[in-house]
Design a protein around this ligand. Structure first.
Ligand SMILES: C[S@@+](CC[C@H](N)C(=O)[O-])C[C@H]1O[C@@H](n2cnc3c(N)ncnc32)[C@H](O)[C@@H]1O
Length: 346
């Protein structure tokens, strides 16, 4: 009987290697996996370090070590953003999938895609194929996450886009299918408002009427809670920011001495933004050999490093609507005041 049903043949169980190979075949690279998004960014680095005040683009937080430090920061008791967003997604991912349908997902700044799993698990329950287009400037972290997810979800096809938001959105294949764009982790709030506006308009241009956009955003709250989040006792937040200097060192042959710079974070409750800076502890000159440049820092001079806007839900919705997205629904986590906002492309 077993033989009739084909069960008599003892198929050997899949080995770890064959399982890997099978899941690996569901990962592809829309942009070459060896592409280095910052390969031509040197002139911008020098331009930013020539401003007054000096600046380092936040994109330098995220090399492999920076992404690992960010992940550690997300696990600290003080950093509520990851947990609050996960709580919302766990509670409402089912509703979101009911509202939008099982659409291909395009995710901006996917990172390790920890919370994306919550949405993918909803898709998996429905047992249908899912196409996932993660975008991230940290190509190594993106690639590792892609293979992990493909192993975990047999219905998942991952189309990796390693690069900046702008170049990846422009490289997105257009196949006429409706899509769900995800922008989680309050990453939108790491930009200036003019940059948010420009990026949202770019998402608009590279999406189609009826596509959905789900944005995770941290909201204005007690400054003490925000200050604790960016000054965790274990020091992962500070280390991830200071890693920008290490990143400049390896990428551009720099000689930033890590013990001669310090981390500063302060919440401006009027502007509703957290401002992270790097302070030069002494007067010093740093050389970026590969860029043929030396930069002098004064004692106590501050370098602008990162911003984290804490949104008012109405203002955020206005910004999204101005860029061409209509409000569908929002869910707000009441303890830490963190929101996810679902919009539909007009
Ligand atoms: C704040 S982390 C959020 C990661 C993840 N979405 C989460 O919610 O935990 C921002 C992510 O965006 C990526 N990123 C930052 N700036 C970027 C840019 N200009 N283009 C593409 N990816 C970027 C980083 O590498 C990082 O993985």
């Amino acid at each position: 009987m077993d033989t009739v049903l084909g069960l008599g043949k003892t198929a050997s169980p899949p080995t770890a290697a064959s399982a890997m190979a099978q899941s690996g075949s569901r990962v592809r690279f829309v942009i070459r996996s060896t592409h280095d998004p910052l390969v031509e960014d040197g002139p911008n680095v020098i331009r930013n370090l020539s401003l007054s005040p000096k600046k380092i683009s936040a994109v330098y937080v995220y090399d492999r070590l920076g992404s690992q430090l960010f992940e550690c920061q997300c696990q600290t008791p003080e950093y509520y953003l990851r947990r609050a967003e996960a709580v919302l997604l766990k509670a409402y991912a089912g509703d979101i999938v009911e509202l939008c349908g099982v659409l291909p997902i395009v995710e901006l700044g996917a990172g390790t895609a920890e919370k994306t799993r919550i949405v993918l698990a909803e898709y998996a329950k429905r047992g249908v194929r899912c196409d996932y287009f993660p975008i991230d400037v940290d190509v190594e972290t993106l690639t590792a996450a892609a293979y992990r997810l493909a192993q975990e979800y047999p219905q998942l096809f991952v189309h990796c886009l390693g690069g900046t938001y702008e170049e990846c959105l422009a490289a997105l294949p257009r196949d006429g299918q409706k899509r769900l764009f995800l922008f989680l982790g309050s990453s939108l709030g790491n930009m200036e408002w003019s940059e948010m506006d420009a990026l949202l308009r770019q998402i608009f241009r590279h999406s189609a009427p009826g596509d959905y956009l789900l944005v995770g955003a941290d909201l204005d709250k007690d400054p003490a809670v925000i200050n604790r989040a960016y000054n965790d006792a274990a020091g992962f937040g500070p280390r991830s920011t200071l890693n920008m200097l290490m990143h400049l060192n390896w990428r551009y042959g720099g000689n930033f001495a890590m013990d001669q710079f310090a981390y500063q974070s302060a919440y401006d409750a009027v502007a509703r933004r957290n401002e992270v800076r790097i302070e030069s502890l002494i007067a010093q000159t740093v050389t970026l050999r590969a860029l043929g440049s030396s930069i002098s820092f004064g004692r106590s001079e501050l370098i602008d490093a990162e911003v984290m806007w804490k949104f008012d839900p109405i203002e955020l919705t206005q910004l999204l609507e101005k860029a061409g997205f209509s409000w569908v629904q929002e869910w707000i986590e009441p303890v830490y005041r963190y929101g996810i906002f679902l919009l539909r492309r007009q």
